[in-house]
Design a protein around this ligand. Structure first.
Ligand code: T4K
Length: 411
């Protein structure tokens, strides 16, 4: 039954709309039997990792899918970024958005390179080329653009800035597998692009990632570096780490690739259902995807402008969580407000007004193959009901907080 009255809402004591939590980031799974057959096979062959048959097959398929020269599977996107940053010889300062997952900044700081947080554009949520120019210093060696929600950065403008200042550009394409930019698959831009195949991503290998590049020399370095620098038995010719993908992960990837188009079509169907169910709510807007490009439609991202809407983002998230809809505040509060960056750069927020605004307004809703249209209708009905009754809900939430405070004081 759709919720119609205020008292139906769980924050007012009603029964939660969903018996089981509805997560953001539930994995998309391919054909179980195909996956288990691959597991049986690798088990029988006793080949579990170290560039085995499935990793090589996955590499071939990814390279063909993206039509790039190299797409090298690795254990996760964070290590992939660390490898590329090191292989490119980045030093000093690298310009990155703060409106990203913390891994983008950590991949630099881990190697004692300073992430210089740059503001994003409100419309695209991506690095603002105009602001990038302002952050360049004599110590800058590179720029990391993040294709947030799979929507491409302004790759032309970033490339032009890089050329002008002799900087290297690489992209964190963690969200952007299967997406295009000006008709070209993401994977072709900058010196290299890094994908995440984490369980929560549109396409997953449990944990995993890949480095895509058209640069042969860079690819050769990455291949060495992800396997401790080994060239053949007993011969280490370069510094390295362990960035290898396992055979079980590659088996998952090969299985997922077979269902890729099905994942996209479910995501797109869901996205369109959200779009029609949420149309016309004052102060609420759903992030859009450019119709001329290919997208994976994985991210259902809302921006709630509380100067217009009757509730702010955090109040709406509280209402949804009470209903067992575990909406997420990606990327709150912004990397610059997390450690160690908060202590290192306590005033970074002063030059990040758009980042701060977005971090306060944005929320992500569930998508993928574990969500269907009736779920979406029910979920959007709650959002509509909540935003139509903002003042009453705000009062109730405040009263609840006061109660919680009172009990805590008594305890
Ligand atoms: N760059 C960007 C822009 C990124 O977004 C990410 C990762 C990276 C780089 C780094 O990529 P990797 O090194 O991870 O390959 C999650 C993911 O762990 C992370 O990969 C992702 N971005 C980030 C946006 O989201 P958390 O800490 O929010 O994850 P967690 O554990 O809260 O999981 C999210 C939800 O997914 C849960 O509510 C439950 C559901 N879930 C999760 C897993 C793992 C499942 O239903 N099943 C599962 O197996 O970071």
């Amino acid at each position: 039954m759709p919720k119609a009255r205020l008292t139906d809402l769980a924050v007012f004591g009603g029964t939660p709309a969903f018996g089981e939590p509805l997560h953001v980031g539930r994995p998309n799974l391919g054909d179980k039997d195909r996956f288990l057959a691959r597991l049986n096979d690798l088990w029988d062959r006793r080949w579990l990792t170290n560039n085995g048959r499935y990793v090589r097959e996955l590499e071939e398929k990814l390279t063909a899918f993206l039509a790039v020269k190299h797409c090298i599977p690795v254990c996760n996107a964070t290590v992939a970024m660390e490898l590329v940053i090191r292989a490119l010889g980045l030093t000093g300062e690298v310009i990155v958005p703060s409106f990203t997952f913390i891994a983008t900044a950590h991949a630099l700081q881990w190697q004692e390179i300073t992430p210089v947080f740059c503001d994003v554009e409100r419309g695209t949520h991506n690095l603002s080329p105009r602001q990038v120019r302002r952050m360049i210093t004599p110590r800058t060696s590179g720029i990391i653009g993040v294709h947030v929600w799979g929507r491409p950065c302004d790759v032309e403008a970033l490339q032009a800035i890089a050329q002008e200042h002799n900087l290297k550009v690489l992209y964190d394409a963690a969200h952007a597998f299967g997406c295009t930019c000006q008709g070209q698959m993401i994977g072709h831009f900058g010196e290299a692009e890094v994908f995440s195949f984490h369980a929560t991503k549109f396409f997953n290998t449990f944990e995993g990632g890949a480095v895509a590049t058209n640069n042969d020399e860079l690819a050769a370095k990455i291949r060495l570096m992800k396997n401790f620098g080994f060239q053949g038995y007993d011969n280490v010719i370069y510094i390295g780490t362990n960035g290898k993908m396992t055979e079980a992960a590659a088996a998952m990837g090969l299985t997922g690739l077979e269902s890729l188009e099905a994942f996209i079509s479910v995501n797109r169907r869901n996205y369109l259902a959200y779009r029609s169910c949420l149309a016309g709510i004052p102060g609420l807007c759903l992030v859009t995807y450019d119709e001329r490009e290919r997208h994976n439609f994985q991210y259902i991202v809302l921006e709630l402008d509380d100067t217009v809407a009757s509730l702010n983002r955090d109040e709406l998230v509280t209402v949804l969580h009470a209903e067992n809809v575990l909406a997420r505040r990606y990327f709150f509060p912004g990397c610059h407000r997390m450690e160690p960056y908060r202590s290192l750069f306590p005033h970074a927020g002063l030059v990040l007004p758009e980042t701060e605004l977005l971090a306060a307004r944005v929320l992500s809703l569930p998508n993928g193959t574990s969500v269907d249209e009736p779920d979406i209708e029910r979920l959007c009905g709650i959002i509509r009901l909540a935003l139509a009754n903002g003042p009453e809900i705000r009062r109730e939430l405040l009263a609840g907080k006061r109660q919680a405070g009172k009990y805590a004081a008594e305890a």
